[in-house]
Write a protein that binds this ligand. Structure first.
Ligand code: ADP
Ligand code: MG
Length: 474
């Protein structure tokens, strides 16, 4: 894997990002608790190993202490069990904190701690003595992700007296009342709304974070909204763009949005996450996808899983059929009310529901560490009439598992020439060796899936010495 730090491109002489020697005692434990199938001890040992292995995105030569963070932030990180920064944190934070402030475009694989990276950047710039003055704005594409970011900022900023966070999502703010918070997290539509209604005074904003930035700047609606928001912000605002994917065509918009940004990028072969075993199921026909899905559920005794489908209707339809067949599943998509969506995701986070059927609305950002399996029931497509494969959405979807060094399996369903060709082209782009599963050999399928989800993160294929839990590519 190419060294992320070596791919940092500075537009001008800037922040000293020379890593300091690693002095910290690291007995890192996994944030969010261990996966359901490994003992806590296992996870601790394994994360420490991963974070000392230079070839992983979890390694950084620096420590949080070296990054000169405020004692309150250090305390917040410690309370979360974050003992060492990941690569994106160790490299990105010094750039975000440089003086004078610089724009940053930061790419790092799914589940490598981008949220904490920009949360630390943002919190370090807040004047806590002015709790009612909006100073930082973070934007995300879905209400669920905005809420999750709000929770992370709140947790890391737990010891920052005077921190106030407002959630600018539908139903998240009192109508008509001015926003009195030093940090605002929201979706572009609602943020634009409260600016128009003069509920949010943008004149003192210092930092703008755009999470899932390639999606936010590219998609017609969102891109336009982000531009309009940026148009009313102070000219001196620092822009921070984060994502696991930055396709070339978005880079042009990104350059307009954050001119001369410092760029941290990844080669396409480095964008996949090694802890995720990527498989595909060769289904005989579209009709048979459903019964294959149900059989796969028979294999899943541990962990949670997410099933991605193309449309809201098919999400609801599969939910209905699976429930009628005696499975307990939830469906979440854009047709639900905001409060219903919050409750559904909350049940999934706590493990009350273990199977979530959803659309691309949850493809990005959602962090639930117990997810051990992701199913692409439909291969993600884009373009007019779904004419092209959508490799970015594929990466984000499968990235709902394998978070911060955990193990996961993704299974993509193909059933005809179009779906097969689309998946092959995605695999080619990222250099993925997909493992083929056959619907005629359930013993083999069970063995392959179980081997992965029962192993712990030390075997995640990161360490060259580790036993390889992956089945041989077909
Ligand atoms: P990304 O945005 O890069 O996909 P997230 O920011 O959602 O990833 O982080 C993934 C998981 O990693 C979260 O559960 C988070 O709590 C955990 N995490 C982040 N940074 C650290 C760290 N330095 N040490 C341990 N766990 C971390
Ligand atoms: Mg993220």
């Amino acid at each position: 894997m190419a060294d992320l730090a070596s791919r940092v491109t500075q537009p001008a002489p800037a922040a000293d990002s020379t890593p300091a020697p690693d002095a910290a005692e690291n007995s890192g434990t996994a944030a969010g608790g261990p996966g359901l199938w490994d003992s806590e001890a296992n996870v601790q040992v394994a994360l420490t190993d991963l974070q000392s292995d230079e070839s992983t995105p979890f390694y950084s030569a620096t420590t949080f202490e070296d990054l000169k963070l405020s004692p309150e932030l250090l305390q917040g990180l410690l309370a979360l069990g974050f003992h060492k920064p990941s690569k994106i944190q160790g490299t990105g934070i010094p750039i975000m904190l440089s003086d004078p402030p610089q724009h940053l475009l930061a790419q790092s694989q799914s589940g490598t701690g981008k949220t904490a990276a920009f949360s630390i950047g943002l919190l370090s710039r807040i004047d806590l003595s002015e709790p009612d003055v909006p100073q930082a704005l973070a934007l995300a594409p879905s209400r669920e992700l905005a809420r999750q970011i709000e929770d992370v900022i709140r947790a890391i900023g737990h010891f920052c007296t005077g921190l106030k966070i407002a959630a600018a999502v539908p139903g998240g703010l009192a109508r008509g009342e001015p926003v009195k918070a030093n940090v605002v997290v929201g979706t572009p539509g609602t943020v634009l709304d409260i600016i128009k209604r003069r509920q949010l005074n943008p004149s003192k904003l210092k930092v703008l974070v755009i999470d899932e930035a390639d999606n936010m700047l590219d998609e017609q609606g969102l891109g336009d909204q982000c531009m309009r928001i940026k148009g009313v912000l102070p000219k001196s605002i620092q822009v921070l763009l984060f994502s696991a994917t930055f396709p070339d065509k978005v880079m042009r918009y990104a350059d307009m949005f954050a001119p001369k940004a410092v760029k941290m990028t990844l080669a396409s072969s480095d964008q996949t996450v090694k802890g995720i075993s990527q498989m595909y199921m060769d289904c005989p026909s579209e009709n048979e996808k459903y019964s294959i899905l149900c059989k796969l559920y028979g294999l899943m005794t541990v962990g949670s899983s997410v099933i991605f489908v193309k449309t809201r209707e098919s999400a609801s339809e599969i939910q209905r059929r699976m429930e009628a067949d005696g499975h307990r599943v939830s469906a979440l998509h854009g047709a639900f009310e905001g409060s219903e969506r919050d409750a559904l995701l909350q049940d999934f986070r706590t493990g009350k529901s273990k199977v979530l059927i959803t659309t691309n609305v949850l493809a990005r950002g959602i962090d639930v560490s117990s997810v051990s399996m992701v199913i692409n029931y439909d291969i993600p497509m884009k373009g007019r009439g779904d004419s092209e494969p959508d490799p970015e959405t594929y990466l984000h979807r499968i990235g709902r598992t394998g978070r911060f060094g955990r193990i996961g399996v993704s299974i993509s369903f193909v059933y005809d020439k179009k779906s097969f060709t689309a998946l092959s082209s995605i695999a080619n782009k990222y250099g993925i060796d997909l493992v083929q599963l056959s619907p005629d050999d359930w013993d083999d399928t069970e063995k392959r899936v179980q081997t992965v989800i029962k192993s712990n993160r030390a075997q995640a294929g990161y360490a060259p010495s580790a036993t390889d839990p992956q089945a041989t590519p077909a």
